[in-house]
Design a protein around this ligand. Structure first.
Ligand code: HEM
Length: 453
């Protein structure tokens, strides 16, 4: 059972704040909006550190990355660099060609499966490939699937292996004096081997970018993240130097944080649409009405797909990809709601439970996109009952990039195909079980039949 569900069960018994020891680590779990507000707003600076873990330390080269470094000058510099140069709206828009091209390839691949080969489609896998290819284009200027296809490659396996590793148990993370046991159990060797594959890949990409001239590399579609970072390394006007290790961890952050999250939202959104034919019909009608006979969905059309936006919100409410967000750690002693919280306490905010709390949402288990109609609640970190991207100064910086991918992919697959479960199964038969692990995946893959419209 996923940790956030277990925690939800315990919190139901013990109230909206729960103090426990995960091994040797004092941990507080929050599932009330008032307490989340205290963490993310009132005491945001105190709770902006990240606790360390063996895998996080390895992949962030000792805490250098945006996602895993402690709050402080270095994190501020990296975050500033990312916000200004990589995740700005202007930069996200400049990559519209990648989202459009990759979603076109997705549609062609689905067509191939369902029409030529009369096969079902494993959408879970395809969404991960899609998202990986888009992030590949954005970060490295290349995709990973076979040319013209949205299919699995060894790079997709690398991403899955990294996420799997982050969900696994390192004894030393909870009993630091027993970290030697991670050598005996093989966890450390496993972590090193996966890291090695990633590092070799990053080294190769950075070297290729060094070797190719600007003209070669930037001619077709403008700069990718490696180009931007190497240029900043040569001529930074940010007021601080950028090292090769920093370039590597920013690319790792982009990859790790950006790929699986977007793919999971697409997977859950389609699962909910299949399970809820009324919502599917309404979303379909909207897409057909807005796009009409134009033949293709373009990014400019997306802002008119209001209902589809609510479908994505509702998916994020019920299925946040990181149910417990990313953990925080207190930098000093502090009081929350009258409780003493000592320095170095781990804080987990249960976004999954906040999104399903009957005191905060009417009929919380029902998939009802209409609840966002004329509602002021959004996911930008101001409404604690709905924080799939976190909140405060460490809120996810990739929101626009993620949402842009999800919106166009969902609009296109609805515009081009009718969808149903195979073998005469009905929507009620769909398995919505969540798997355990770092991210909130569907336990069984989403396998559907498509017929072209
Ligand atoms: C679309 C689905 C996504 C979801 C649901 C998501 C969710 C999150 C969450 C919950 C956090 C932790 C926030 C906190 O501690 O308050 C986070 C952090 C982060 N996300 Fe995302 N994310 C998504 C997409 C992306 C994308 C596309 C990128 C970049 C390519 C990205 C980059 C990051 C980074 C770098 C951090 C660390 C921020 C920091 O610690 O300062 N995310 N994300």
């Amino acid at each position: 059972m996923p940790l956030y569900r277990i925690v939800h069960g315990l919190a139901a018994k013990h109230g909206p704040i729960m103090h426990l020891y995960l091994g040797h680590i004092p941990t507080i779990i929050i599932s009330s909006p008032d307490l989340a507000l205290e963490i993310f707003k009132t005491h945001d600076i105190v709770f902006s550190n990240r606790p360390t873990s063996a895998a996080a330390m390895k992949f962030s080269l000792g805490g250098l990355s945006i996602g895993f470094s402690n709050y402080g000058e270095r994190w501020r510099q990296m975050r500033k660099l990312a916000s200004l140069e990589l995740f700005s709206m202007k930069r996200v828009n400049s990559f519209h060609w990648a989202r459009e091209a990759e979603t076109d390839i997705l549609i062609r691949t689905i067509h191939d499966y369902c029409c030529s080969k009369k096969q079902t489609v494993n959408l879970s896998e395809m969404f991960l490939c899609l998202s990986n290819n888009i992030i590949g284009q954005v970060a490295f200027g290349r995709r990973f699937s076979t040319e013209g296809k949205c299919n699995r490659s060894e790079h997709h396996d690398l991403i899955r292996d990294i996420f799997q590793l982050f969900g696994e148990f390192f004894i030393g993370d909870f009993f630091p004096w027993l970290s030697w046991m991670d050598v005996i159990t093989g966890m450390q060797a496993k972590c090193n081997a996966i890291f090695q594959r990633l590092d070799e890949f990053l080294e190769r990409e950075i070297e290729d970018h060094h070797l190719s001239s600007d003209d070669d590399h930037n001619s077709q579609h403008g700069e990718d993240f490696v180009d931007v970072l190497l240029e900043l390394q040569r001529n930074s006007n940010l007021g601080f130097p950028i090292t090769r290790d920093q370039i590597k961890v920013i690319l790792t952050d982009t990859f790790n944080a950006g790929t699986e999250t977007s793919a999971l939202i697409l997977e859950w959104a389609m699962s909910e649409l299949i399970k809820n034919p009324r919502v599917m019909m309404k979303a379909n009608d909207e897409v057909q009405k807005v796009i009409g006979n134009k033949g293709r969905v373009e990014e400019d059309d997306l802002q008119r797909l209001e209902y589809l936006g609510y479908v994505i919100n509702e998916t994020l409410r019920l299925h946040p990809p990181l149910g417990l967000l990313l953990p925080r750690e207190s930098a000093e002693d502090c009081k929350i709601s009258g409780y003493d919280v000592p320095k170095k306490t781990r804080i987990m905010v249960n976004a999954w439970a906040l999104g399903r709390d009957p005191k905060l949402w009417e009929n919380p288990d029902i998939f009802l996109p209409e609840r966002f109609y004329r509602s002021s609640i959004n996911f930008k970190g101001n409404h604690m009952q709905f924080i799939p991207f976190g909140a405060g100064r460490r809120i996810c910086p990739g929101i626009q990039l993620g949402i842009a991918t999800i919106m166009i992919a969902l609009a296109k697959i609805l515009y081009h195909f009718n969808w149903k479960l195979p073998n005469e199964m009905s929507g009620e038969d769909i398995d919505m079980t969540e798997s355990s692990g770092f991210t909130n995946r569907k336990k069984s893959p989403l396998i559907l039949m498509a017929t072209p419209k």
